[in-house]
Design a binder for this molecule. Structure first.
Ligand code: FES
Length: 129
């Protein structure tokens, strides 16, 4: 049984920013081929900042903690800053993850990046803000 940090347990038991944003400016969905877990991030963008970040995760406890902390880390950041959130930074922020659970931390950063890319793509096509 892997040992989780207090922070992982806290974010697993009380995940922040769970849910879906209606009319989100960007949506990013990723799946983990290792375990089949899924994660979706929704973002609202205002003046190049992430005004709101929400997620839905169908996955293991570590994946839920990862999404929760990634959403907190991204909230209020500029798009450029949020793009720099890596799986390593997410795992560090959680005070580490057991080695066999490190792959779970990839999902959070990937889903967030995808949501931002989705927003940027829409914006390039017009209709963005
Ligand atoms: Fe699937 Fe962690 S075991 S994301």
């Amino acid at each position: 049984m892997p040992v989780y940090s207090q922070k992982v347990m806290d974010h697993f038991m009380n995940p922040r920013n769970v849910g879906e944003i209606e009319n989100a400016d960007g949506v990013g969905e990723v799946g983990n081929p290792v375990c089949g877990d899924m994660m979706t991030f929704y973002i609202k963008v205002k003046n190049n900042h992430l005004e709101d970040v929400k997620f839905k995760t169908f996955g293991c406890g570590a994946a839920i903690a990862v999404s929760s902390i990634a959403s907190e880390m991204a909230m209020g950041k500029t798009l450029e800053e949020a793009m720099k959130i890596t799986p390593q930074l997410v795992a560090n922020e959680l005070e580490g993850l057991p080695k066999q659970k490190l792959h779970c931390s990839n999902l959070g950063a990937q889903a967030l990046n995808k949501a931002i890319e989705n927003y940027l793509k829409k914006k390039r096509r017009g209709g963005g803000k």
